[in-house]
Design a protein around this ligand. Structure first.
Ligand code: GH3
Ligand code: MG
Ligand code: MG
Length: 337
């Protein structure tokens, strides 16, 4: 394939996608300009992918999230303005910075439009590579800081698990996915048993240590596509995607046993109570799934703790009484505590 043709195809994922180098997408229908900019960014040490118009660029952005987009203005099919607009309009890509470059600008008019569509850089001489690199560096620094902030905002500080905010967002998405594709999912609610006593006996630091170790069990005992979260002090939730209640109760039982088997210095052993609910069988909205799993978890507490209780029936209209839940004995999940 000739260089010119190669430049016309999206290069797919950058080869070193997973390293810490920033990923930049360069979009231009002019192969010379494209290659010039790509070479400069390559040389500066960035991972660079290319596209030759806005539509190709959007497809590339969808398949991996670049840290920065450098785009030409005048291109066939979809121009740079529309591309920037589409990037900004999508909540998932909204904060990917865009630099526009054009050799054929009617300066003030085009600059105004670039600003209107949210471009953070506007370069009128694409051969001024020092200017491009300076802009690139600054915007990538801001992007990296945003990424760190976003990560911190969605992570539980003590355990590194997802926090309640991320969990709720993911739960909403999972409900939407269920509505669209009909795939069920299960939700586990988990609460450490008699944790107040543990704190009182061994101190808060020992309690924190127990929380961290339990979190590790949840992280390691679930698949990468599932989401384990700390949603309160000693309360956790696990979202098991595309998992029926039967599958969910098996996972819960496995996690319960693994938590009980933990040997925690100073403290010894802990146990936890589990509630399991399935969407859509037990509930159809995020709030109701959460409530159903919570009701089941409280039933586990009532039945003696250190056990799994599975929501058995769809709750009757707007009442989620504990009476709707049957104890683990019905599912052969008798406590081994
Ligand atoms: P139950 O079996 O009914 O769940 O009893 P419990 O004692 O676990 O429940 P309760 O809700 O009465 O007490 C929860 C305790 O968890 C109280 C609080 O001090 C402790 N806790 C909450 N967050 C943290 C934390 O981050 N670290 C530590 N060490 N303790 C915490
Ligand atoms: Mg508790
Ligand atoms: Mg609690």
């Amino acid at each position: 394939m000739k260089a010119r043709e190669r430049a016309r195809t999206i290069k797919g994922r950058p080869s070193r996608f997973m390293d810490s180098k920033s990923n930049i997408l360069v979009v231009d229908d002019n192969p010379d300009k494209l290659n010039l900019i790509k070479a400069a960014l390559d040389l500066a040490g960035y991972n660079v992918t290319t596209a030759t118009d806005g539509e190709e660029a959007l497809a590339a952005i969808e398949s991996y999230q670049p840290d920065l987009v450098v785009t030409d203005v005048m291109m066939p099919r979809m121009n740079g303005y529309e591309l920037a607009q589409r990037i900004r309009a999508n909540p998932v890509t909204k904060f990917i910075p865009v630099i526009m470059q054009t050799a054929a600008g009617r300066r003030s008019e085009d600059l105004r439009r670039a600003n209107e569509v949210g471009a953070l850089g506007y370069i009128t001489d694409p051969t001024d590579l020092d200017l491009l690199l300076a802009r690139t560096r600054t915007l990538l620094e801001f992007k990296a800081y945003l990424d760190v902030c976003e990560e911190a905002a969605f992570t539980d500080h003590l355990t590194g698990l997802a926090n309640r905010r991320r969990f709720e967002r993911q739960l909403e998405r999972e409900v939407a996915r269920m509505e669209r594709y009909g795939h069920p999912f299960s939700l586990l609610m988990i609460d450490i048993d008699r944790f107040k006593d543990l704190n009182d006996s061994f101190g808060h630091d020992a309690g924190d240590d127990a929380i961290r170790r339990l979190s590790k069990v949840l992280r390691e005992g679930t698949r990468g596509i599932d989401l384990a979260a700390r949603i309160g002090g000693e309360e956790f939730a696990v979202l098991l995607v595309e998992t029926s209640k039967e599958g969910g109760s098996e996972v819960a039982e496995r996690l319960r046993a693994a938590i009980k088997a933990l040997e925690i210095p100073t403290v010894g052993h802990i146990t936890a109570s589990f509630g399991v609910a399935e969407c859509p069988t037990d509930a159809q909205t995020a709030a109701d799934v959460l409530k159903a799993a919570d009701v089941a978890m409280y039933e586990a507490k009532r039945n003696g703790r250190d056990r799994v209780v599975v929501m058995q029936q769809p709750p009757r209209s707007n009442s989620l009484a504990a009476g709707d839940v049957q104890g683990d004995g019905n599912l052969g999940l008798a406590s081994r505590g």
